[in-house]
Design a protein around this ligand. Structure first.
Ligand code: GLV
Ligand code: MG
Length: 290
């Protein structure tokens, strides 16, 4: 699995020391991860390791073993079940010492998972806790357990619920993340063979404004990349809006609000279009000819 990870087409890969590793295997898993980071060619993939949460006995050794053992190729650590700003700050301080002591040149970033009731209540202070924080992530499986939702599968739609049982949670995390300039990511969809259900469910956080979603299996990567990349039509239209607006504001009587086809566009339209263009370009898209 580790050897396959770099070639799967995901923008980011995280190697897990937390819930996918059995307690008795934790020490051995640290060595395997350090070796995988140092020996495999990770290309352009953002490379992260998920350590155990601070309420276990493993976190400090996870952090020291991984950051001291791994080369500068390691980009970030992911901290699960974050419940307060202090937990992020504790990791930040430990990282600062390890970086000083090893002479590491690049700073290790932090991704934080919100997956408990207390984590959600404190999400604002968590998102502003450290300038190492890059990403905030929703963890639906642990969250369902924490809030005692009567579900047995994480991250999937619940047909009995009228609407989306996670709508509030998605929105709450998104606001805190955006207010602090973080990337906002949705967690896993556990029915790994149900790709059409995944497509449908991933569209919810996408439409709210999320930047991406976890994949647990290689087959999920393609679907998720499609959902989170603008369509060619959206991408071309965004360019057309930018062009029309640039022309309107700089030429003739320099209007700030003009008609674009049958709708009005203004400065806010330019900002919305800009996001599509940036997102599409990051995914390697180019404007259609003509
Ligand atoms: C992910 O860690 C989750 O609990 O959903
Ligand atoms: Mg979890």
């Amino acid at each position: 699995m580790l050897a396959k990870a770099p070639g799967l087409g995901a923008d980011m890969v995280f190697l897990d020391l937390e819930d996918a590793v059995a307690p008795m295997e934790k020490p051995a898993a640290r060595d395997k991860i350090v070796k995988a980071i140092n020996d495999l060619d990770w290309g352009e993939t953002v490379l992260c390791v998920r350590v155990n949460a601070w309420d276990t006995e493993w976190t400090y050794r996870d952090v020291i073993a991984i950051v001291e053992g791994a080369s500068e190729r390691l980009d970030e650590l992911m901290l699960p079940k974050v419940e307060s700003a202090a937990e992020v700050q504790a990791l930040d301080m430990l990282l600062t010492q390890i970086e000083k002591s090893t002479g590491r040149q690049s700073r290790v970033g932090i991704e934080a998972q919100i997956e408990t009731a207390r984590g959600l209540i404190n999400v604002d202070e968590i998102c502003g806790a450290s300038d190492r924080l890059e990403t905030i992530i929703f963890g639906p499986a642990d969250f369902a357990a924490s809030t005692e939702m009567p579900v047995l599968t994480g991250g999937v739609q619940i047909p009995e619920y009228p609407g989306d049982h996670f709508h509030y949670v998605f929105s709450r995390i998104l606001m805190a993340g955006r207010a602090n300039g973080l990337q906002v990511i949705d967690g896993p969809f556990l029915k790994i063979r149900e790709l059409e259900q995944l497509r449908d469910y991933a569209m919810r956080p996408r439409i709210l404004g999320y930047d991406g979603k976890w994949a647990l299996h290689p087959d999920q990567v393609k679907v998720i990349n499609e959902v989170f990349t603008p369509t060619q039509e959206q991408f071309d239209r965004a360019f057309d809006i930018l062009e029309a607006y640039e022309k309107a504001t700089t030429e003739g009587d320099r209007k700030g609000a003009v008609m674009f086809g049958d709708e009005m566009i203004d400065e806010a339209s330019r900002k919305m279009a800009n996001k599509f263009v940036m997102r599409g370009e990051r995914a390697g898209m180019s404007r259609s000819a003509g």
